[in-house]
Design a protein around this ligand. Structure first.
Ligand SMILES: [Fe+2]
Ligand SMILES: [Fe+2]
Length: 377
């Protein structure tokens, strides 16, 4: 390879590159990355590698115009035609074509030659870490796609399983899983170093947008004078699935455990278990349950109020207190006047008329927790 070859390939690349996320700077980063990764690999054909890196995305415009086209196969053929037309040997042109053909992440054709693996890894490195997030955002912007979609209940979707395209959807679908997809050891290591920056950015963006939405929507409903409704699962069987999911998200206990207990509740064979929710329109603002034993060694102190939780945006509005009063009255009507509750809080439940009763050992906990008792007059 002479300076002349390089300039020829580079000029052809420049004439083909126009959209910003896959612009020339991406190509240079891929080239420089591949040169770095290639230092540790035996038997690299540097001419093939440099040429394949420079030309790897020259099919982008065609795919941009017609989404049914795959820029890897279009680019591979374009490169092959260009090289043979300019007097390069058939073998060289075919090897470059092979590298470009297999560089795509979502392709069923994995890279095989050392140069193809280096191109693949260097290209994938450019979607890792801060660079990957920035490029994806540029691309989303160009496509007019939003940062996130909204869930049916109006909260910001974290992106998992989203149908509509968005930055979070792309992060969950592609960016998050890319770190295990490298072919060279050095590529894997460099990607690993960049990973935390991407995770931090995603988490911060989700946190910032979610908390705004949650607080803002609650604030808006307060302005409308809409009140929180306290409901029993036994009156609202359609809440079984969303409520089970909500408790599962809050407490990390398997979803099936909640579903099973809620089915017991809905079967109405006995007073326990019961489940309750505080609803703000269609949004679950808080909830709790009553079960026989909340996973501790004092099986004689039963039944137990469990899984008490109020969404952050709804705290300091007395919702936990309302729920606790609601459940105590409801259970009394069912013939259960005394309830127990295991917690690590020290001065929370006193406010709602609960008294400290004894210490009890929670299953799998290091030390004992506080057991509270409440008797409905
Ligand atoms: Fe590409
Ligand atoms: Fe690329």
């Amino acid at each position: 390879m002479t300076k002349y070859d390089y300039t020829l390939w580079e000029s052809y690349m420049l004439s083909c590159m126009q959209d910003s996320a896959h612009d020339r700077e991406h190509v240079y980063r891929v080239l420089y990355g591949a040169l770095e990764l290639g230092k540790d690999e035996p038997g690299v054909d540097w001419d093939v590698l440099v040429c394949a890196c420079l030309l790897h995305d020259i099919g982008r415009q065609e795919q941009f115009r017609d989404a049914s086209l795959d820029h890897a196969s279009v680019g591979a053929e374009k490169a092959y035609r260009f090289l043979t037309k300019h007097g390069y040997g058939e073998t060289f042109a075919a090897r470059v074509r092979g590298c470009i053909f297999t560089h795509r992440f979502r392709s069923e054709h994995p890279p095989e030659s050392p140069e193809a693996k280096l191109l693949f890894d260097a290209d994938k490195l450019d979607v890792c870490g801060a660079l990957g997030m920035a490029r994806t955002l540029l691309y989303n912007g160009e496509e007019g796609e939003p940062l996130y979609s909204l869930l049916p209940d109006g909260r910001v979707s974290p992106g998992e399983g989203d149908k509509e395209p968005s930055f979070f959807q792309e992060y969950k679908k592609k960016l998050e899983g890319i770190y295990g997809r490298f072919f060279t050891e050095k590529g894997k290591a460099l990607a690993g170093e960049r990973r935390q920056a991407a995770v931090n950015f995603y988490e911060a963006l989700l946190r910032e947008s979610s908390s705004l939405y949650d607080a803002g929507r609650a604030g808006l409903r307060a302005l409308f004078g809409e009140e929180i409704a306290l409901v029993r699962l036994c009156d609202r069987p359609e809440l079984r699935e969303p409520l089970a999911r909500w408790f599962h998200e809050k407490w990390g206990v398997p979803l099936e455990a909640y579903l099973e207990s809620m089915d017991d509740c809905l079967a109405a064979r006995s007073a326990v278990p019961q489940w309750y929710a505080a609803l703000d329109g269609g949004t679950i603002a808080g909830g709790l349950g009553v079960i026989e034993n909340d996973f501790h060694d004092r099986r004689d102190l039963t039944p137990n109020v469990c899984a008490v939780y109020v969404e952050e945006a709804y705290r300091c509005r007395g919702i936990a207190g309302q729920l606790l009063r609601f459940v105590c009255r409801d259970m009394k009507e069912r013939g259960v006047g005394t309830l127990y509750l295991l917690t690590d809080h020290t001065s929370f439940y006193e406010r709602y008329g609960w008294e400290f009763f004894c210490m009890a050992q929670g299953d799998g906990e290091e030390g004992p927790s506080r057991m509270y008792r409440h008797t409905e007059p």
